[in-house]
Design a protein around this ligand. Structure first.
Ligand code: S3P
Length: 452
């Protein structure tokens, strides 16, 4: 199976003057994927504003089109006419999810119970990532699976004639696995049950309910959640205004904290408590983050943030906070590099199976740029230097390997803004998967980032 050849675009970030600006953060990636998927599945019209138009989300939209959904854009509104629950069509070609684990794994769940073949492919990064975590529960439902060794892509699924609902305890903290099982349950008669010992982002539950699914969540005294979904119900098109992505927010936010004299307002940020672990951690480190105009919109907590550069100190991040900031550790490690003392980050086993092995990618990048850090099996510790003295590339050859990982690229570009010497990354093209506006937004605030 051929993959598109990727042209790497190197970039460099250099020590920058105080960052100033008032920016509006683009739509949340998790909610954008789900908006296309649930809109494509539901009966009638779904209207979406604020959608993240990153490559990952666009690939999910193309997959839904290949399965019969009609998707078009009118001005800034995306208009979807869905097929109706249970009525997706067999795609004529393999579905290519590019770099996106969320698009791929959730669609595997969605398609698993259908009695026809669906093939899933992706880029070199996605093809290295484990799919067994989704394929295992699908096998329990009776889905036939053909996959590369180690349950890697390409994967072909074929549902059974009579799929059976399961009760599944999610073995790792993963919203993608939880969601895949629930989405499979949409096209299985009876009650599909997901038991989630550690709460992860709850966008699937909230949004499915909004689309009319019969879904209930019980949380016991220990915080274990039991989610029950009745299959084969009717889903109805909705109007969605996608809130700004807290995971994208993390990059300008940390940049403003570490570049002296900065004062930045970031508007439209989703403050769902399953996503705010980074803000909490940075505040514990002494960050000056003011939460302005906290409000509710579309059933979600939202706010604007005012961020001023701050003297940070190292902390120990509780391991049980990891699910609420899982995508933010690379940029937290950058903040920690500019904090006084040591920051200890335990409970990071899931970082090894993201778009890259983020534990290794971060540790190698920090070492290359003069930061004192230690990489453990499932933890990272960083000993910082508030002045950034000695940080950055000593030679032009000291280039951070980003491994097709947007968050590694953005994190190290942020690092360069406060380091004594520039920081080079081998690629910035991959940033377009989640945050196409990143370069312009950062340079617009005064960041010295250039494509090299
Ligand atoms: C996501 C879940 C997380 C996260 C990813 C988006 C989602 O992945 O890292 O960026 O939208 O459900 P895991 O489920 O693998 O933790």
């Amino acid at each position: 199976m051929g993959h598109a050849t990727i042209t790497l675009r190197p970039a460099t970030a250099a020590r920058s003057p105080a960052l100033k600006g008032d920016i509006r953060i683009p739509g949340d990636k998790s909610i954008s994927h789900r908006s296309f998927m649930f809109g494509g599945l539901a009966s009638g019209e779904t209207r979406i504003t604020g959608l993240l138009e990153g490559e990952d989300v666009i690939n999910t939209g193309k997959a839904m089109q290949a399965m019969g959904a009609s998707i078009r854009k009118d001005g800034s509104t995306w208009i979807i006419n869905g097929v109706g629950n249970g009525c997706l069509l067999a795609p004529e070609a393999p579905l290519d999810f590019g770099n996106a684990g969320t698009g791929c794994r959730l669609t595997m769940g969605l398609m698993g119970p259908y009695d026809f073949e669906t093939t899933f492919i992706g880029d070199a990064s996605l093809s290295r990532r484990p799919m067994g975590r989704v394929l295992d529960p699908l096998r329990q439902m009776g889905v036939q699976v053909r996959a590369e060794a180690g349950d890697r892509l390409p994967v072909t699924l074929r549902g059974p004639r009579a799929p059976a609902p399961i009760s599944y305890r999610v073995p790792m903290a993963s919203a993608q696995v939880k969601s895949a099982v629930l989405l499979a349950g949409l096209n299985i008669p009876g009650i599909t049950t997901v038991i989630e010992p550690v709460m992860t982002r709850d966008h699937t539950e909230k949004m499915l309910k909004g689309f009319g699914a019969a879904l209930e969540v019980d949380t016991d005294a220990d915080g274990v959640r039991t989610i029950r979904l009745e299959g084969r119900g009717v889903l109805k098109g909705q109007t969605i205004d996608v809130p700004g992505d807290p995971s994208s927010t993390a990059f300008p936010l940390v940049a403003a904290l570490i570049v002296p004299g900065s004062d930045v307002i970031i508007r439209n940020v989703l403050m769902n408590p399953t996503r705010t672990g980074l803000i909490q951690t940075l505040q514990e480190m002494g960050a000056d983050i003011e939460i302005l105009d906290p409000r509710q919109a579309g059933g979600e907590d939202m706010a604007d943030l005012r961020v001023r550069s701050s003297e940070l100190k190292g902390v120990t991040v509780p391991a049980d906070r990891a699910p609420s900031m899982i995508d933010e550790y690379p940029v937290l490690a950058i903040a920690a590099s500019f904090a006084r003392g040591e920051t200890m980050m335990p409970g990071l086993e899931e970082l090894r199976v993201k778009e890259s092995d983020r534990l290794a990618a971060v540790a190698r990048g920090l070492e290359l740029n003069g930061v004192d850090c230690t990489e453990g099996e499932d933890w990272l510790s960083v000993r910082g230097r508030p002045d950034g003295k000695g940080f950055g590339a000593r030679s032009k050859d000291a280039v951070v390997a980003t491994w097709l990982d947007h968050r590694i690229a953005m994190s190290f570009l942020v690092m360069g803004l406060a380091s004594e010497h520039p920081v080079h990354v081998d690629d910035c093209a991959i940033i377009a998967t989640s945050f196409p506006e990143f370069m312009d937004m950062m340079t617009g605030m005064g960041a010295e980032i250039t494509r090299t």
